[in-house]
Ligand binder design. Structure first.
Ligand code: AMP
Ligand code: GLY
Length: 415
C-alpha cells in the first residue's frame, strides 16, 4: 500500500510515523513533509502543496490512500477533487469543512441541532455589532467568522476593547475578509479539552482518548495564544460524567446534524470543549486532527491507524474495536525565540538523535545538519504509567536537544 499524507507540521509527522507501522504500507509520501518525516521509516518527502499537482502525483504513483492533515486544503476542496477522480481520500468535503471554515455556519449548525454551546449573535455590519455590544455583560468573546491562523478570537473585558476589536476585524480588515463577519458570544469559564473523533458521517462517531492542549506561550497559561505548546492525554478533567454529557449533548447530536444536512463527512471531527460548572460546552469544531494533540494521542493508540481510517472509508467503523494503551502521554513543544511573534530561523539543532521520540514541526535537514525553520520547532513525546511519569520522561528527553534561543513551557501537564 502507498499512502500520501498532506501537510508539513508535527501532526503530519505523527500521522506518518503511525501510518508507517502498518505492515501492508510499503511507502508513505509526505507532501511537503518536514525534516522529521524525511528521516522517518518508509517515508519520503515530495515538494508539492497545490491540490491539482497532488492529484496528478496520486494518480501517477498509484496512491492507495490519502490522509489530509491541515484544514486549508480540506476547506479548499481537496477531498471533492480526489473523489471525483476516483481516489481514496480521508477527510470531509469542502461543504462539510465549513464546520471549521466559518464560525457563523458552525454556530448555526450547533443551534439547529441542539448542541450545547455558548449563546451568540452574528453580525455583518459594524453598527449593528457595536449597538449590540453596548448592552452586553463583560467579558464577551468576539470571533472572526473565517480562518485567522489562530488569532481570530478575542476576549474583551469592556466595551472599549470590544469596539477596538470590531474596528480591527470589520473596518481595518486585519484578517483579509475573514473578520468581515463576526460572532459575538457569551464568555464561558472552565478547563478546556480537545476530543478528537472519527466518523463515516452516517452510522457512527467514535471518540478518541481525551487530550489537553496548553495554548498560551508562558507558564501558568499566561501571554498570547500559540498553536499549542504541549499536550497531555488523557485529559484529567474529562471524568466519566463529563464524557457522558459530551457524548449525549455534543457528539451524538453532531452526527445527527451531519446526517440531516446530508454532509459528506468521512474524517476526523475535533471537538474543542470547555468544561463549565454546567457541564461541557462546545467552543468549536475542527475538521482535522489537532496539532500538537495528534503528537500525544496517536502514540497512545494501540489500534492501527490505517486500518481505522480504512474502516471509516469502507463504512465499517461500527465493528472496529478501537483500542488504547494504558497510562498517559505527554508532549512538550520547543519553539524559536520570539514565537508567537517574530522569530529567526536557520539555527543548528543538536541532540535530535539522542532524544527517544521527537516529532518535527519546523525543522529541515540540510547537508546532514538539522536546522530550525519555524516558530514551533519540535516536540518530545513520551508515554508513562502515570501522567507524572510521562511528563518527567518528555522533559528529560528535551534536555538532550538544544538550539539557539530554544524555549519551552516548564508546566505542561501540571494540574
Ligand atoms: P476557538 O477558536 O473558538 O476554540 O477559540 C480559541 C480559544 O478562545 C479557546 O480555546 C478558548 O480558550 C477561548 N474561547 C473561545 N470561545 C470562548 C468562550 N465562549 N468563552 C471563553 N473562552 C472562549
Ligand atoms: N491545538 C489546537 C489545534 O490544533 O487547533
Amino acid at each position: 500500500m502507498k499512502v500520501l499524507i498532506v501537510g508539513s507540521g508535527g501532526r503530519e509527522h505523527a500521522i506518518a510515523w503511525k501510518t508507517a507501522q502498518n505492515a501492508a504500507v510499503e511507502k508513505v509520501y509526505c507532501a511537503p513533509g518536514n525534516g522529521g518525516t524525511a528521516a522517518e521509516n518508509k517515508c519520503e518527502n515530495i515538494n508539492i502543496t497545490d491540490i491539482k499537482e497532488l492529484l496528478t502525483f496520486a494518480k501517477e504513483n498509484s496512491i492507495d490512500l490519502t490522509i489530509v492533515g491541515p484544514e486549508v486544503p480540506l476547506i479548499d476542496g481537496i477531498v471533492d477533487e480526489f473523489k471525483k477522480a476516483g481516489l481514496k481520500i480521508f477527510g470531509p468535503s469542502a461543504e462539510a469543512a465549513m464546520l471549521e471554515g466559518s464560525k457563523a455556519y458552525s454556530k448555526e449548525f450547533m443551534k439547529k441541532y441542539g448542541i450545547k454551546t455558548a449563546a451568540y449573535e452574528v453580525f455583518e455590519d459594524k453598527d449593528g455589532a457595536l449597538a449590540y455590544l453596548k448592552g452586553c455583560d463583560y467579558p464577551i468573546v468576539i470571533k472572526a467568522d473565517g480562518l485567522a491562523a489562530g488569532k481570530g478570537v478575542v476576549i474583551c473585558e469592556n466595551y472599549n476593547h470590544a469596539e477596538e476589536t470590531i474596528i480591527e476585524f470589520m473596518v481595518e480588515d486585519i484578517f483579509k475578509g475573514s473578520g468581515k463577519k463576526v460572532v459575538i458570544e457569551e464568555f464561558l469559564v472552565g478547563p478546556e479539552a480537545s476530543i478528537l473523533s472519527i466518523t463515516d458521517g452516517e452510522t457512527i462517531i467514535l471518540p478518541f482518548i481525551s487530550a489537553k492542549d496548553h495554548k498560551q506561550i508562558y507558564d501558568g497559561g499566561k501571554g498570547p495564544n500559540t498553536g499549542g505548546m504541549g499536550v497531555i492525554s488523557p485529559n484529567p478533567f474529562c471524568t466519566a460524567e463529563v464524557l457522558e454529557a459530551f457524548d449525549k449533548e455534543i457528539m451524538k447530536p453532531t452526527l445527527e446534524g451531519i446526517k440531516a444536512e446530508g454532509l459528506d463527512y468521512t474524517g476526523i471531527i475535533f471537538f474543542g470543549i470547555m468544561i463549565t460548572k454546567k457541564g461541557p460546552y462546545l467552543l468549536e469544531y475542527n475538521v482535522r486532527m489537532g496539532d500538537p494533540e495528534t503528537q500525544a494521542v496517536l502514540p497512545l493508540m494501540e489500534s492501527d491507524l490505517v486500518e481505522l481510517v480504512s474502516a471509516a472509508l469502507d463504512k465499517k467503523l461500527s465493528s472496529f474495536d478501537l483500542q488504547w494503551h494504558q497510562g498517559a502521554s505527554c508532549c512538550v513543544v520547543a519553539t524559536s525565540e520570539g514565537y508567537p511573534g517574530k522569530y529567526k530561523t536557520g539555527f543548528e539543532i543538536k541532540g535530535i538523535d539522542k532524544a527517544n521520540r521527537i516529532f518535527a514541526s519546523g525543522f529541515v535537514q540540510k547537508d546532514g545538519v538539522f536546522q530550525t525553520s519555524g516558530g514551533r520547532v519540535l516536540c518530545t513525546q513520551a508515554l508513562g504509567a502515570t501522567l507524572e511519569d510521562a511528563r518527567a520522561k518528555a522533559y528529560e528527553d528535551l534536555k538532550n536537544v538544544d538550539f539557539q534561543g530554544i524555549y519551552y513551557r516548564k508546566d505542561i501537564g501540571v494540574i
